[in-house]
Ligand binder design. Structure first.
Ligand SMILES: Nc1ncnc2c1ncn2[C@@H]1O[C@H](COP(=O)(O)OP(=O)(O)OP(=O)(O)O)[C@@H](O)[C@H]1O
Length: 630
């Protein structure tokens, strides 16, 4: 079971100490049986009973049992803590596109359900260890008592284990299937929470959703868990029948046939009676272990699929000041989504591994991303080995045909060919552009033309697959992308508002934030005290103003707004385009604005127009950039 490997990886020394304690406890338990046997045996047979020895043995049993449990409880909790830390770090450091493809519900299912199942399994292990030690101790005593009885008992136990194990194989498979349905169920819960208005307002939709999606998944989950429970109980009962059958065989057959002495039989009965409780405890914990094992496999899958792309936590970051002003240059910049949106990537594991680039793996031999960061003239990418470098695309005018799918897979199979990889998704680029300090650039184009994708590239959230980005002449690559990201304050359409100003080390933070709140005419709705916003429960337009306050406080050289003004009232929208953007530019900021608002195109020094991923034009609507604002 992977579960034990996982625990060993946390601390083998603690495990060894706990097992040692458990073994001593189990031995003491078995010795206790001999004491009981001595007390009930006829006088003169076996060792003399002694209540002092009995009490001392009980003390050893309790002390070692307690020590073993405490050690294992600590170990279990430590393991769970480390798992949570590792998983959260994994999520934070996974590439954005990968997280987008996984979907919130899958992440949540693992962060909550899998960790909970695992913690139950790990918490079951301490008492199971003590049970095993007791069982082993009792069997050893039985061996001393009578070798034939021991042999028969062990043989019968092994057969019972074999029978139970064959049932467990089924049960494990059912748990695995049930776990997949949990993803669906959490996806439905997610839809309920975000789509409650749409469900409330449409009776037929709500019924359909409840019956087919939410309750469908919940009922399927129930049925699978019942099936697993029933199968396990049948296996457990067959095991018990075998044990009781063995007892009958020994009591009514072997004992008579071998003419075993009464004291041996009394000892046997005491041992088997004593064994019953740890055996039952042990068996009843097995489903928890199985669920934990399935959860661990799921967690490992998630981690692997994250690490298969690349581990952003491994990106080097050296403390260095941000650029005071930023000149961004894009040359032949390109990016292709691995799949269409909503199509999950291939699962890791047999048949679904991310294919490796031909030049090998990454750290620890894991498949490695994507980008040849900079030995060649351009950052050329082979994501998952699926997208080949594309001659004619690298910075040249030969762009992809409109309506783009990604390039064909390298194995020559057509996109979506049976058994082949899923077809690659939308392609952006090549994009060539310069963003100057003190200048405002608008990125415009129809829905789905790639504006937000370009914004994610500009902010370092996506790693370019073709072409280069340079900041003040410094090419952005693996060594400095983490630093590069710190140079931009961005507000995306799906921004998140933290109710606390995290990562600010500024004693005047409250005053500065409140000044900006007043300036953006939102000060009567929200205030900042001790670095915390009084509320975030505001309208979308108001929340966007709060996000703008955060961006102002960050005071970075590049500002990027993705349709920020779309939710603003006309007066404030005007103020945003004509005043706020101008002020930022006047302070030497490099300002990038994604917009559909053609009434304000005159505000821009440069317009970049995209059409289905292809750069149509980069134009300056003014003879002298910045002139119109002076
Ligand atoms: N995470 C993703 N995975 C796969 N494809 C994606 C993903 N995000 C966007 N796309 C695809 O990329 C294309 C461009 O999307 P993008 O969000 O960049 O467009 P946009 O120009 O910002 O559109 P809009 O004006 O509607 O916001 C879309 O066709 C979309 O299908």
């Amino acid at each position: 079971m992977k579960l034990f490997g996982f625990l060993f990886s946390v601390s083998w020394a603690q495990i060894a100490a706990a097992v040692l304690m458990g073994l001593i406890g189990g031995g003491a338990n078995a010795y206790l049986v001999t004491q009981i046997n001595a007390a009930v045996a006829p006088p003169g047979v076996g060792a003399d009973p002694s209540w002092q020895r009995f009490v001392a043995t009980v003390a050893v049993v309790i002390a070692t049992g307690l020590a073993s449990q405490i050690l294992l409880i600590r170990l279990a909790q430590d393991a769970i803590y480390r798992l949570r830390a590792k998983l959260s770090a994994g999520v934070v450091s996974a590439p954005l596109e990968h997280l987008e493809r996984l979907g919130t519900h899958r992440l949540l299912a693992t962060l909550t359900e899998d960790v909970r199942s695992l913690s139950m399994a790990v918490s079951a292990i301490p008492s199971m260890c003590v049970d095993i030690a007791t069982i082993v101790g009792c069997l050893v005593y039985l061996a001393v008592l009578s070798a034939p009885l021991f042999a028969i008992q062990v043989g019968a136990t092994l057969i019972a284990i074999g029978v139970v194990e064959s049932f467990l194989t089924h049960v494990r498979g059912i748990f695995r299937g049930a776990r997949e349905r949990e993803d669906d169920l959490l996806g439905s819960f997610h839809s309920v929470s975000v789509g409650i208005k749409e469900l409330k307002g449409h009776r037929a939709r709500r019924r359909d959703f409840m019956d087919r999606r939410l309750l469908g998944a919940a009922a399927d989950l129930r049925d699978r868990n019942v099936e697993a429970g029933v199968k396990f109980s049948i296996g457990q009962n067959i095991g018990q029948v075998l044990q009781l059958g063995t007892m009958a065989l020994i009591l009514f057959g072997v004992a008579v046939w071998m003419d075993l002495p009464a004291e041996t039989m009394v000892g046997y009965v005491i041992v088997t009676t004593f064994l019953a409780m740890p055996m039952q405890n042990f068996m009843s914990r097995i489903p928890d272990l199985l669920r934990g094992d399935v959860a661990l496999a799921k967690i490992t899958t998630l981690e692997l699929s994250m690490e298969a792309l690349h581990d952003e936590e491994a990106l080097p970051y050296t403390e260095r000041p941000l650029a005071t002003s930023a000149r961004l240059e894009l040359a032949g910049l390109g990016y292709t989504y691995l799949t269409e949106p909503g199509v999950p990537g291939p699962p890791p594991g047999p048949g679904g591994e991310h294919r490796r680039p031909p030049d090998g793996g990454g750290r620890d031999g894991r498949p490695r991303p994507d980008v040849d960061w900079g030995t060649s003239g351009r950052a050329e990418t082979v994501p998952d080995g699926r997208l080949p470098a594309r001659p004619g695309r690298r910075g040249g005018p030969a762009g992809p045909p409109p309506g783009r799918q990604g390039p064909p897979p390298p194995d020559g199979r057509g996109p979506g060919a049976p058994g082949g990889p899923p077809p690659a998704g939308f392609h952006l680029g090549p994009v060539d552009a310069v963003f100057e300090p003190g200048r405002i650039t608008f990125i415009v184009g129809g829905n789905g033309s790639g504006k937000s994708t370009l914004a994610k590239l500009l902010t370092g959230l996506y790693v370019p697959q073709q072409g280069t980005i340079t900041l003040n002449g410094e090419r952005i690559d693996h060594g400095n992308i983490e630093w590069f990201r710190q140079n931009t304050s961005a507000i995306f359409t799906d921004f998140h508002l933290f109710d606390e100003y995290l990562g600010f080390d500024d004693p005047d933070l409250d005053d500065r934030a409140n000044r900006y709140l007043d300036m953006l005419a939102i000060g009567d709705k929200a205030r900042v005290l001790d670095g915390r916003l009084s509320t975030t429960a505001l309208s979308q337009g108001q929340r966007k103003r709060l996000a703008l306050v955060t961006a102002m406080l960050e005071d970075r050289p590049i500002y990027l707004f993705d349709e920020w003004a779309a939710d603003q009232e006309p007066r404030f929208r005007d103020r945003f385009y004509r005043e706020i953007l101008g002020d930022l530019a006047a302070r030497g900021k490099t300002v990038v604005v994604i917009t559909h608002d053609d009434r304000y195109f005159d505000v821009a020094d440069t317009l970049i127009r995209l059409d289905v991923g292809v750069q149509q034009s980069t134009a300056s609507p003014h003879a002298t950039p910045g002139e119109h604002r002076r």
